[in-house]
Design a protein around this ligand. Structure first.
Ligand code: KG4
Ligand code: ZN
Length: 338
C-alpha cells in the first residue's frame, strides 16, 4: 500500500481543478479558473456548472499528463462532496463516480473545508507540517472559520462568520472603491503603499470566537459616500490610505479572534488556508506572533491555499489508508459540517 496514486477532482465553486498525488506528494495540480464571472462581480452558479462541464475533461487530462500517470495506474478517485454550489458539485461527483466505476477503483468523498485544513499535510519541500492539535484559520471568499484540529478527521469549528466571509469583506470594500472583482488582491497591493492608521473603522462587537463583516462593509460605504459628497476625487486622492486602513481593520478583527482562540484552547500552533491567506498583511502579522507570543504558524504554498484539487487529494490519501470508501450512491451536499 505504499504506492498509492490518487486522482482528485474539485468543482465546488468556480474553479475546475484536478490533481494527481503519489502518496502525500503532488505530481500535478491543475486549475481552470472561470474568468466569465468577473464581469458579473461574483460567481453566477448556472454559468459555473456549465463551465465545469466544459473544463472537466481537459483539466483531468492535463493533470494525468503532467503527472505522467496512466488512468490504469490510479488506485482511487477522490472528489469534493461539499460544501459548495450544488450544480458545480454535481459535475465533479458524477464524473468521479463514472470514472471510478469504469476503472473499477474506490471512490472517496472529501469535505472541502477539511481539505483546506489538511492541505498542510501535503509533502512539500520547505514546508513544515503542523502537529496535532492545532488551530486552523480558513479564510476565503466563501469561508471564515477557526477550527480546532485534534486529528485528521477529528475537527471542531470553534468560530465562524455570522454573515459575510473575509474575502467578501475585501471584495465588497473593493467594489465600493470602484476596483474590479475580485478586489482582495488589489486592496492588498494599495494597502502596502498607504498608512493603516489614516482612517479608523470600528470593529464589530461579536461575542466569543465568531466573526461578522457586514457592519464593516456598511461603515465603509457610508464613510466613502460622505467623503465623496464633499470631494468627488476623495477615493483617487486617498486610495492607498483607504485600502491600508480597511486591510488593517480586517486583520485586527482576525487577530483578535485568533488570540482569543489561543487563550481559550491553550493551542499555539496556527495554520491558515484559503485564498485570503495570500494577503501580505496577514502573513506579516502572523509571522510576528512567532517572536512576540511564541506561536508557531503555518502558511501553505500559495497554490494549495486557493481552491485546488491537491488538497482534495491529500484527504483522499488519508481516507484511502483508512479504507473510507463510498459507493456511487453517495450524494453531493451544498452544506456539510465536519
Ligand atoms: O480560496 P479562494 O480562491 O476562493 C474561494 O472563495 O473559495 O479565495 C478567493 C478570495 C477572494 O475573495 C479574493 O479577493 C481573496 O480571496 N484574496 C485576497 C487576496 N488574494 C485573494 N484577499 C486579500 N488579499 C489578498 N492578497
Ligand atoms: Zn474553498
Amino acid at each position: 500500500k505504499s504506492e498509492v496514486f490518487i486522482l482528485a477532482i474539485e468543482s465546488s465553486c468556480d474553479d475546475t481543478a484536478a490533481a494527481v498525488l503519489h502518496n502525500d506528494k503532488v505530481l500535478s495540480n491543475v486549475v481552470a479558473n472561470q474568468l466569465i464571472h468577473n464581469q458579473y462581480g461574483g460567481v453566477v452558479p448556472e454559468l459555473a456548472s456549465r463551465a465545469h462541464q466544459q473544463n472537466i475533461v481537459p483539466v483531468i487530462d492535463a493533470a494525468l499528463r503532467k503527472a505522467n500517470v496512466q488512468k490504469e495506474q490510479l488506485n482511487a478517485i477522490a472528489f469534493t462532496q461539499g460544501p459548495g454550489l450544488m450544480g458545480s458539485l454535481l459535475v465533479g461527483s458524477s464524473f468521479s463516480k463514472s470514472m471510478a466505476l469504469a476503472l473499477n477503483i474506490p471512490l472517496i468523498a472529501v469535505n472541502h473545508m477539511q481539505a483546506h485544513i489538511l492541505a498542510h499535510f501535503i509533502d512539500e519541500e520547505g514546508f513544515e507540517k503542523p502537529t496535532f492539535p492545532f488551530l486552523a484559520l480558513t479564510i476565503s471568499g466563501g469561508h471564515t472559520q477557526i477550527v480546532k484540529v485534534n486529528d485528521f478527521f477529528d475537527m471542531e469549528i470553534i468560530g465562524e462568520t455570522t454573515d459575510d466571509a473575509v474575502g467578501e469583506a475585501f471584495d465588497k470594500s473593493a467594489k465600493i472603491l470602484n476596483l474590479p472583482y475580485p478586489g482582495g488582491p488589489l486592496i492588498d497591493k494599495y494597502a502596502q503603499l498607504g498608512n493603516p492608521k489614516a482612517f479608523t473603522f470600528t470593529k464589530p462587537k461579536v461575542p466569543g470566537l465568531d466573526f461578522s463583516f457586514s457592519g464593516l462593509k456598511t461603515a465603509i460605504l457610508y464613510f466613502i459616500q460622505k467623503n465623496v459628497a464633499q470631494n468627488p476625487s476623495f477615493i483617487e486622492e486617498n486610495r492607498n490610505d483607504i485600502c491600508s486602513s480597511i486591510q488593517y481593520t480586517i486583520i485586527e478583527i482576525l487577530m483578535d479572534k485568533i488570540k482569543l482562540a489561543v487563550k481559550e484552547t491553550g493551542i499555539k500552533q496556527i495554520a491558515i488556508g484559503g485564498g485570503v491567506s495570500a494577503n501580505s498583511g496577514i502573513r506579516k502579522r502572523l509571522k510576528e506572533t512567532e517572536k512576540k507570543y511564541g506561536w508557531k504558524t503555518f502558511i501553505p504554498k500559495f497554490e494549495y491555499t486557493t481552491d485546488n484539487a491537491a488538497m482534495i487529494g491529500i484527504v483522499g490519501y488519508q481516507k484511502y489508508l483508512n479504507e473510507q470508501f463510498e459507493t456511487s450512491k453517495v450524494v453531493s451536499k451544498a452544506r456539510i459540517s465536519f
